[in-house]
Design a protein around this ligand. Sequence first.
Ligand code: FAD
Length: 461
Amino acid sequence: PKPQAGCDLLVIGGGPGGYSAAFRAADLGQRVILVERDATLGGVCLNVGCIPSKALLHVAAVTEEAVRLAAHGISFGAPTVDLEKLRSFKAGTVRRLTDGLAQMARQRKVEVIRGTARFTGPSAVSVALHGGNTRDVTFASAIVAAGSSPVALAMLPDDPRIVDSTGALELPFVPRRLLVIGGGIIGLEMATVYSALGARVDVVERLPNLLEGVDRDLVAVWTKRNAHRFDRIRTGTEVMAAEATPEGIAVSIAGEAEPQTYDLVLQAAGRRPNGANLGLDAAGVVLDGGFVPVDAQMRTNVPHILAIGDLVGQPMLAHKAVHQGHVAAEVAAGHKAGFDAAVIPSVAYTDPEIAWVGLTETAAKASGRAVEVARFPWAASGRAIANGADYGLTKLLFDAQTKRVVGGAIVGPSAGDMIGEVALGIEMGADATDIARTIHPHPTLGETIGLAAEAGLGLCT
Ligand code: FAD
């Protein structure tokens, strides 16, 4: 039954999950209200995540490529950095996209309420509006897409020289020495940006390896290519204490006698879901460690309340949130839909990029699954050599019996743009022959996927 003073669908959170759900539901004829507490739509991804980081990473990659060209006979001289211009390039990139979202919402007649929503019952929320008033909204269905926030490490003091990814993306200044706490995707992407701007970078990672979960042979290529950025990469250890001093942030690392002093410290030690403060208990929705458990239809334990994106679990990635948003909107509109992605690709947009999807060789070994591993080193790719990227590597994993592709990983420039082909192959049940016999354009880096499949078939290229 449609409540009188409300909507068919209430969406909480205007990030990639939330706006995708709202737009899809509106396209399906639902009356949609979208509540967002920030000034603009787009969530973490557009405002303080994927997009601003990629704008800066693009600049970083071009800068370093320009420097590398000296070895090929073209020199530009040492780069100079105008932080103000760089900030406004980044801000302009974000603004174009968030303005576009606002326009798409208007076109679809999605009502956007600026404020913070909190459940007051199973079919009602109260929205604390920005002006100080509140507005009650009732709904037939709700999709909760409240996202996640950076984990704040308790041992770090409150000091402007200690930032999370949002603070780092503001580019407060270029530090002489930067400490990145956390050797995952976000930490290494920001390390890449600051290093290209001239900072010396140290990384501390609690786990035994950088980019834990990615096969070591790919990470080894990455680490070798990135050796120039880092003074020290410390894995398997952690920051014990930090003190703000006039000279910088003095950081004590487990197992080291002397603290190290840094001009800027980035904490990139993970993100936690924004499950608290939504009043989900008033709606009867259960939480599990801050995450909202959902089924394949993205329904919570309260069937007309659905949840998506970072809020429902790992991997915390925008493309996962978008897909779940579409599924949830279709389910809320009464369509038959389910989230049944076989794989979700991951990409570190560093220089070079690392991208991976599906089963890794490490996971296959650990689980005892019989796979065949095919590698194509880019030293044998004409395009990679021409591009100065002969160090890259493309790897495919095939099920030993069916020969179907079950995983893949690429390290090298544009790896993230190429991994989609492997994801498609896995989703379509492609085997090594399908991929090898697909004619890839020559000379491209994408060709290395076809060549890896040929290697998997035992064919010489
Ligand atoms: P969010 O984007 O977190 O959006 C949630 C929204 O809900 C926010 O706008 C928040 O203000 C709002 N909200 C929360 N509570 C309330 C409430 N009570 N009332 C109203 N509004 C509320 N992912 C990728 O796939 N590729 C990348 O390259 C990538 N790069 C990243 C780089 C960085 C630095 C960071 C931090 C993240 C990156 N991510 C990337 C992750 C990506 O940003 C997230 O996975 C994605 O934004 C999750 O989308 P979401 O819709 O679940 O939540």
